[in-house]
Design a protein around this ligand. Structure first.
Ligand code: ACO
Length: 435
């Protein structure tokens, strides 16, 4: 019977160690037993960018990157996108099971009745320049809510935590809409409790003088499905940030602001904005081969391509392509779609991309849809942050309840100088003059 253990020999000492293998992993702390002497610190694992490190156990999201499978709490993303609302999926991600009708009604009621922002939020918003990017406005405003809800610091109280979770999920669209209206110089629109989560978001974005906002049902549903697809994605850069910051028992408003900051980067959630810029830069189908050649020669990356985990296809990208057709049926074709399709076609036949397993990711087509619905590229990452707040909060809660977790604190391999002597300023001046 093969045993589920790993045996390693330290050739420095000829000693052999045996460690258990559980769930395809070994414990990094077991390696600390490997020492050359009693005062040796013990062996560490060096894993820049966490390429091969499982930082937690999680029941929330399953991804099989080779087969292109994504499941929330065991439910395939395709079924959730087809059959559920965003708030239903949010409930699933947070509580582990799909709600029944009564639970869903109560949940929707609770979220709907927390969408209002404290009036001070308006004042924070007014401090931003008229042309400020909405993502820093969102990040700063969410962080500022920590000052409005100081009781949120009590992260070990489950009832208090749930209240903050509801507030955050409810208020993210309100802040996002406010940041958008601010950039246009339009007055802020208050939430409408008769509308669904996405319809109300559209109302806060786009209602002008009409007494009641009526969202186009196809566009509202497309936004709902996009929100479902973006709700969680296990231990990505922003979620890991959420867990790391949360591990210091920081207020969830500051944790979400930190996670959203990580999301803003162009290699993560900011890629959707970059895809549109790239398609603008390419301009016409005839320019695609030259653009691809530049990328292959190391001048830039094909934005919206490649993924740390998906090495075959991103199931979200497949679903998004379908939604695009529904949206364009209402809005008319986005002329950039032709460029995107041709870019994808050429790249998927090119050995540079196929040999590196680079396929379109979630961001490749989402921007085209957002643009067709009427969003400026600056809003795209904000649109990602709204649904991902659900995943961040579920992962934060799981981390806080996990007895194995402590404050996150990696080690390093120190490579700098040691034990230097501070020399007086006059000597430093002399040394500089001699250089
Ligand atoms: N275009 C061109 N080449 C690429 C691309 C790309 N989009 N992505 C990776 N490569 C190349 C790299 O240059 C590298 O080539 P090399 O082996 O010759 O040096 C190889 O593919 C592996 O790339 P890594 O950077 O090591 O892959 P990693 O897993 O670290 O990066 C990432 C993943 C950041 C997503 C990367 O593919 C990328 O930058 N993509 C473009 C940005 C993007 O779309 N990000 C959104 C990801 S989805 C999300 O976060 C929601």
């Amino acid at each position: 019977m093969p045993s589920s253990t790993l045996t390693v020999t330290d050739n420095r000492t000829d000693r052999t160690y045996t460690f258990p293998i559980e769930d395809g992993t070994v414990r990094a702390m077991d390696f600390r037993r490997i020492k050359t002497s009693d005062d040796d610190f013990g062996l560490m694992l060096h894993d820049p960018a966490f390429m091969n490190t499982a930082s937690c156990r999680s029941d929330i999201t399953f991804i099989d990157g080779d087969r292109g499978i994504l499941e929330y709490r065991g439910y395939p993303i395709e079924q959730l996108a087809e059959q559920c609302t965003f708030l239903e999926v949010a409930y699933l991600i947070l509580f582990g099971d799909l709600p029944n009708a009564r639970e869903l009604d109560h949940w929707v009621y609770e979220i709907t009745h927390h969408t209002m922002l404290h009036e001070t939020a308006k004042k924070f918003m007014e401090g931003f320049r008229y042309d400020a990017h909405p993502m820093p406005m969102l990040v700063s405003s969410v962080a500022a809510l920590a000052s409005v809800y100081p009781e949120a610091d009590n992260v070990h109280d489950a009832t208090n935590r749930l209240l903050q979770i509801k507030r955050l999920i409810a208020k993210m669209p309100s802040i996002a809409a406010m940041s958008y209206r601010h950039s246009l110089g339009f007055p802020y629109v208050y939430p409408d409790n008769d509308l669904s989560y996405t319809e109300n978001f559209m109302n806060m974005l786009w209602r002008m003088v009409e007494p009641k906002y009526a969202a186009n049902p196809v566009l509202a549903r497309a936004l709902e499905v996009l929100f479902i697809l973006h709700a969680d994605h296990e231990q990505n850069c922003s979620t890991s940030t959420m867990r790391v910051v949360g591990s210091a028992l920081t207020s969830p408003y500051l944790c979400v602001a930190s996670a959203a900051s990580a999301l803003a980067g162009p290699l993560h959630g900011g890629a959707n904005e970059e895809v549109i810029r790239m398609l603008d830069e390419i301009d016409s189908i005839a320019d695609i081969p030259a653009y691809i050649q530049n990328v292959k020669e190391g001048r830039g990356r094909l934005m919206g391509f490649g993924h740390r985990v998906y090495k075959n296809f991103d199931p979200r990208a497949k679903l998004i392509k379908k939604i695009a057709q529904d949206v364009f049926g209402v809005t008319g074709h986005n002329p950039k779609l032709e460029i995107a399709l041709e870019l994808e076609r050429i790249a998927l036949r090119d050995d540079y991309f196929t040999s590196r397993k680079l396929y379109p990711n979630v961001d490749f087509y989402s921007g085209l849809i957002y643009q067709a619905i009427g969003f400026k590229p600056e809003m795209f990452t904000v649109l990602f942050a709204i649904p991902r707040t659900v995943g961040w909060l579920a992962q934060w809660q799981e981390m806080l309840d996990d007895e194995e977790q402590k404050i996150a604190r990696p080690r390093q391999i120190y490579t700098g100088p040691r034990s230097r002597r501070v020399v007086p300023m006059a000597e430093r001046e002399l040394a500089a003059a001699a250089r």
